[in-house]
Design a binder for this molecule. Structure first.
Ligand SMILES: NC(=O)c1ccc[n+]([C@@H]2O[C@H](COP(=O)([O-])OP(=O)(O)OC[C@H]3O[C@@H](n4cnc5c(N)ncnc54)[C@H](O)[C@@H]3O)[C@@H](O)[C@H]2O)c1
Length: 362
């Protein structure tokens, strides 16, 4: 099985390529295609990255080649890391509308090329933001089951880790998912959380203690307040800002910590790539596992009697041919309410591109 990484020389793309090779996800008989842009500095750097990876991992590297045009992308799994990102500095605009305007053209160019020149079986993992826009563009061109956004899986891993830290456990003992929109509009599904070794009553007590009597009704306001406080504090002392995050409940930490990490200038490339490589590993492996991802729904998820359609992050079964089923039993009332509002916000953000629910098929 072959993998192509679009935007291979970017911070996230480079980490994805490195981890794919270093973690030996790709056997030596597979091909890793590094995709850059013809004519720009990334074209030269893509050739350089190839040389560097071979230099580092010659003993177990897959075949590595370079492509500089969308129509030359050939792979079983295509990882989309190309495009602009919000500037990684404190107080910089995180305006998703501007990001969408820039990256829509990138998503569209590759979606069109894959639709025409691809095998018809590629599975696309969208990393670039807005993840939901990338999923909408790619799913429309390639078929919705072949496209998954990895933002909800990264958010899920962060949520599990924060719960694990609070309980003094390692992350692998925590189950549960994050749904919704990637970033500050995520929906932590507390009703899905499981802790290995705890029975139902023990889990209930542990989760109640972690949630501190809050529900998701106030989650959006808490996030906005947290970001305001962090910005003010980080201007004086970034270490103190991270210490403040440590004092918050796990769901708020799962949003605030990566947000502060990006604002610190470090970006979140290693964690993002690690979650992405998990998904690629699953796709190549042949097994089916339940992950969370942004997908284009067609009524597979029922919330409060409403069958949801449109792009939304939800738990799904992921296998070699893409995602097959969405798995979300009736969520708790506060989760259901936030999921519907989140789906509507995503839908509104897609409408200018003719990709909202009203526009699809028009
Ligand atoms: N989903 C997530 O969890 C998550 C997390 C972090 C970053 N991101 C997103 O991933 C994307 C990449 O972030 P980054 O930090 O690596 O950015 P970066 O600026 O470091 O790299 C972007 C890369 O894309 C390339 N590129 C731009 N247009 C291209 C095109 N048309 N064809 C090929 N390559 C092209 C650039 O040359 C560059 O190499 C951003 O959209 C960012 O917001 C997503």
């Amino acid at each position: 099985m072959d993998v192509a990484v679009l935007g291979a020389t970017g911070d996230v793309g480079r980490q994805v390529c490195t981890q794919l090779v270093e973690r030996r996800v790709l056997p030596t008989s597979s091909r890793l295609q590094l995709v850059g842009r013809a004519g720009g500095s990334s074209a030269r750097a893509t050739h350089g990255l190839r040389a560097d990876l071979v230099d580092a991992y010659d003993e177990h590297a897959p075949l590595i080649d370079v492509a500089l045009a969308p129509e030359d992308v050939v792979a079983d799994v295509v990882v989309v890391c190309a495009g602009v990102t919000a500037p990684p500095r404190a107080g910089a605009s995180t305006d998703r509308t501007r990001l969408a305007a820039e990256n829509h053209a990138v998503f569209d160019a590759y979606a069109r090329a894959l639709a025409v020149h691809g095998s018809g079986n590629e599975v696309v993992v969208v990393v670039s933001n807005p993840v939901e826009l990338g999923v909408a563009v790619m799913a429309r061109a390639l078929g919705r089951h072949r496209v998954i956004g990895m933002g909800a899986w990264l958010d899920t891993l962060r949520f599990r880790r924060e719960i694990a830290v609070s309980l003094g456990l390692r992350r692998h003992r925590i189950g549960g998912f994050v749904a919704g929109q990637h970033g500050s509009d995520l929906v932590p599904l507390w009703s899905t959380v499981r802790v290995s070794g705890l029975d139902r009553a023990e889990r209930r007590r542990a989760i109640d203690a972690l949630r501190r009597g809050r529900t998701l009704a106030t989650f959006g306001a808490e996030i906005a307040d947290a970001q305001t406080r962090l910005l003010a504090l980080a201007a004086e002392d970034i270490g103190a800002a991270f210490d403040l995050i440590d004092s918050w409940p796990p769901d708020l930490r799962a949003v605030a910590r990566p947000w502060m990490t990006h604002q610190s200038g470090a970006k979140t490339a290693a964690g993002t790539a690690s979650a992405t490589v998990d998904l690629v590993d699953t796709l190549l492996d042949g097994r089916e596992i339940v992950v969370a991802g942004q997908v284009l729904l067609d009524g597979e998820v029922g919330v409060g009697g409403t069958a949801l359609d449109g792009v939304l992050g939800v738990p799904v079964v992921l296998g070699p041919e893409g995602w097959t089923r969405a798995l979300l039993d009736e969520p708790a009332p506060d989760e259901a309410e936030l999921l519907v509002r989140c789906r509507d916000r995503i839908d509104a953000s897609l409408a200018p591109w003719g990709l909202g629910r009203a526009g699809v098929g028009a």
